[in-house]
Design a protein around this ligand. Sequence first.
Ligand SMILES: Cc1cc2nc3c(=O)[nH]c(=O)nc-3n(C[C@H](O)[C@H](O)[C@H](O)COP(=O)(O)O)c2cc1C
Length: 201
Amino acid sequence: MKILGISCSPRKQGNTELLLGEALQGAQGEGAEVELYSVSGKTIEQCDGCGTCWETGECHIKDDMQELYKKLLEADGIIFGTPVYFYAMAAQTKTVIDRTMALNRPERSLANKVGGIVAVAGSLGLIDAVKDLYFYIVTRRMLPANYVAAYGGAKGDVKKLEKGMKAARDLGRQMVQLVAKKFEYPAEFMAPPIAYGTHTF
Ligand SMILES: Cc1cc2nc3c(=O)[nH]c(=O)nc-3n(C[C@H](O)[C@H](O)[C@H](O)COP(=O)(O)O)c2cc1C
């Protein structure tokens, strides 16, 4: 079983990475193979909306996202880690999730993987980041696990949060427990994503 943590902070060894590291330790303690992937220093371009991936399942942008696609597909559980930038998930996080539009085919999708969230903010905006990531996880047909939302401004601040660090370890453990359940959505849920949303007729 593989659990992948993606740190979408551009700040190396910042609070997002620290909490994710803790979550992954929790998962490892339960026997999972774990990996922490940081987007810091990577080149991940924005989705250009070309629509090719809808036809091919492949993104034409040949950048570091290509290796992340492989890691995402190999993982059984994925923890999305984001800092809050201006009351929302950081643009780096949004860029990664936009690019996962290419994982939209039955044999190349995030469906049935377990999804967890780690979010860090100095003061305001945690719930906005968490709810947007939850919505993403649910509409990708992933199974949502818990989230950890923690306060930390300066690098390393979250280390002082005893309960926050424990919550992260618990999230990691719970990810493993959820993956072990081998949850699968019924086939009907795998149809094109038209069964949810706002209907105008
Ligand atoms: C561009 C930018 C915007 C930010 N906006 C917010 C914000 O809206 N609300 C907040 O509470 N903290 C904000 N912060 C603070 C970060 O969320 C905080 O420092 C966090 O610990 C960063 O995580 P990291 O260490 O993983 O990079 C902002 C930081 C930056 C660099």
